[in-house]
Ligand binder design. Structure first.
Ligand code: 4NP
Length: 148
């Protein structure tokens, strides 16, 4: 799960995907990162911590980090929150295999529509809406792996 700062959106996405994968009985390794380095080592934004907590998810074990090219080797799928992140992560890709792992998270719900999870950093009221988008998208992804 990748956003810009790795303190608002992607920590929520990591927490939600971990919870949903666990509920589905999947042992997936889920992590998050930012394209930027500014918040490296920081806790998630207090508003993300609070929003997750409201939904019964604890994300206080997370610390921000920057995405690295080696992440293309460590992960099968890389979900980005917005088109800016998409371009930044694709620029790190070393080959077609790397590129094929990267997609917008909202493609899980709105394929082909290039929809972005809005950056809530400057919008105190945006966090719950972001949570809802992330939850829908993660559920759609997890559902694809459920036995029919
Ligand atoms: P995020 O939000 O990408 O969802 O973690 C942001 C957090 C920090 C900044 C921008 C976006 N920033 O400019 O510091």
């Amino acid at each position: 799960m990748v956003c810009l700062g790795n303190i608002c959106r992607s920590p929520l996405a990591e927490g939600i995907m971990k919870q949903q994968a666990a509920q589905a009985g999947f042992e997936w390794f889920v992590d998050s990162a930012g394209t930027g380095h500014w918040h490296t080592g920081a806790l998630p934004d207090p508003r993300s911590i609070q929003t997750a907590h409201t939904h019964g998810i604890d994300i206080t074990d997370q610390r921000a980090r920057q995405i690295l090219p080696i992440d293309f080797d460590r992960f099968d799928r890389i979900f980005v929150m917005d088109v800016l992140n998409l371009n930044d992560v694709l620029r790190l890709a070393r080959n077609e295999s790397d590129r094929s792992k990267v997609s917008l998270l909202l493609d899980q719900v709105y394929p082909g529509q290039n929809q972005s999870v809005p950056d809530p950093y400057h919008d105190d009221d945006g966090f719950e809406a972001v949570f809802q988008m992330l939850e829908l998208s993660c559920a759609a992804f997890v559902d694809r792996y459920q036995p029919a």
